[in-house]
Design a protein around this ligand. Structure first.
Ligand SMILES: NC(=O)C1=CN([C@@H]2O[C@H](COP(=O)(O)OP(=O)(O)OC[C@H]3O[C@@H](n4cnc5c(N)ncnc54)[C@H](OP(=O)(O)O)[C@@H]3O)[C@@H](O)[C@H]2O)C=CC1
Ligand SMILES: CC(C)(CO)C(=O)C(=O)O
Length: 313
């Protein structure tokens, strides 16, 4: 499959536009599904401003209807999770029999949703360590980082190990210049990423402060740390043994990071719906079912829901 592997990008925004753009630039056949930017991208292509080297793709395969797209070997889902209710009308049209779907999204539960829609597909989860933003029609600004951790989904939540499909997708990403590492246990990797996302995505919105401002203030840092402790406890109760010193690793990494607005803060500022369900509600309810309460995270989730409703009228 590798030589002729073709890709569909479902949601050509900060993540889909960036990684899809890199795959396309490398020479892979890539088909982009768009919404608001369709006419612009069909006429003018995609522009990627990147700290690793900017580039323009003058002509791309652009679509506004999934039913017009060819079936692809690898379908990359890069919608906001708030749009995942659209996937049932999209994926059955674009996934080749025996194909692979890669969910490049934050939070929990996204692979389960996808597997239920396309039961015969191999489903892979992708965790993006990326700072990217769509700043105009077909115009992506990649600010920092860019690596992806890929792991294969299993419905029972057990570690799937490193499968041939996982390697094939990783090889294609690497060939396109994307830094990839492989997770033997996708569920563990998703909880690890939540340690950062549950602490920073919501708190930056609620306190209207960037990551560096939170790190510099003892009260905000105590809140961040407290949420991280809850996530580690929740993960452990759900059978994913996160190490206690993982928190210190995340804190140290954030201290060394540039002042940053996580994707949820960017969504809030742009008036977009917040990904509260997958980043907060699902982990909180899974931890509760396993006997662990997450009171700080619950409070942040309630505040986010209020702010989100008010923000979007
Ligand atoms: N941005 C980042 O740096 C990071 C993001 N993530 C995660 O990645 C995921 C994707 O986020 P991101 O790329 O930032 O989001 P964006 O909002 O930038 O991109 C999503 C794209 O999906 C498009 N879209 C929405 N609904 C449809 C539809 N029905 N049909 C076709 N296209 C549609 C949107 O179109 P339109 O342009 O019309 O709105 C938009 O361009 C999220 O889960 C996020 O949390 C994770 C790490 C970092
Ligand atoms: C961790 C980070 C910042 C990406 O690297 C992220 O997941 C987000 O912005 O939501």
């Amino acid at each position: 499959m590798e030589e002729t592997m073709n890709f569909a990008i479902i949601g050509t925004g900060a993540v889909g536009g960036y990684y899809g753009g890199l795959l396309c630039r490398h020479g892979f056949e890539v088909h982009f599904l768009l919404r608001g930017d369709y006419v612009h991208v069909q006429e003018k292509g995609l522009t990627i401003d990147s700290k690793d080297g900017s580039f323009r793709l003058k002509q791309v395969n652009a679509y506004c209807r999934a039913s017009d797209m060819p079936r692809c070997d690898v379908v990359i889902v890069a919608l906001k999770t708030t749009a995942n209710d659209r996937l049932a009308g999209i994926l059955p049209h674009v996934v080749k029999p025996g194909g692979v779907v890669v969910a490049l999204q934050n939070g929990l539960g996204v692979e389960k949703t996808i597997q239920e829609i396309v039961p015969d597909a191999t489903v892979i989860g992708g965790l993006c360590f990326l700072c990217s933003n769509k700043i105009g029609p077909g115009h992506i600004h990649h600010l920092d980082f860019g690596s992806v951790r890929l792991g294969q989904y299993r419905a029972d939540g057990a570690a799937a190990g490193i499968t041939p499909e996982l390697r094939q997708v990783a090889d294609a990403f690497s060939a396109a210049g994307i830094s990839v590492d492989l997770a033997e246990d996708l569920a563990l990797a998703r909880w690890q990423k939540l340690v950062w996302n549950m602490a920073f995505n919501g708190v930056t919105v609620v306190l209207n402060a960037t990551t560096d401002q939170l790190m510099a203030d003892p009260s905000a840092l105590a809140l961040v740390r407290g949420i991280m402790e809850e996530v580690v406890a929740g993960a452990r109760a759900c059978g994913h043994p996160l190490d206690e010193n993982f928190i210190e690793i995340m804190i140290a990494a954030t201290k060394n990071m540039v002042a940053y607005r996580p994707s949820m803060m960017l969504d809030f500022e742009a008036g977009r719906e917040l990904e509260v369900e997958e980043i907060y509600r699902l982990p909180i309810s899974m931890a509760a079912a396993a006997g662990v309460a997450m009171p700080r995270s619950e409070t942040i989730a309630l505040q986010l829901e209020f702010l989100d409703r008010r923000n979007r009228g």
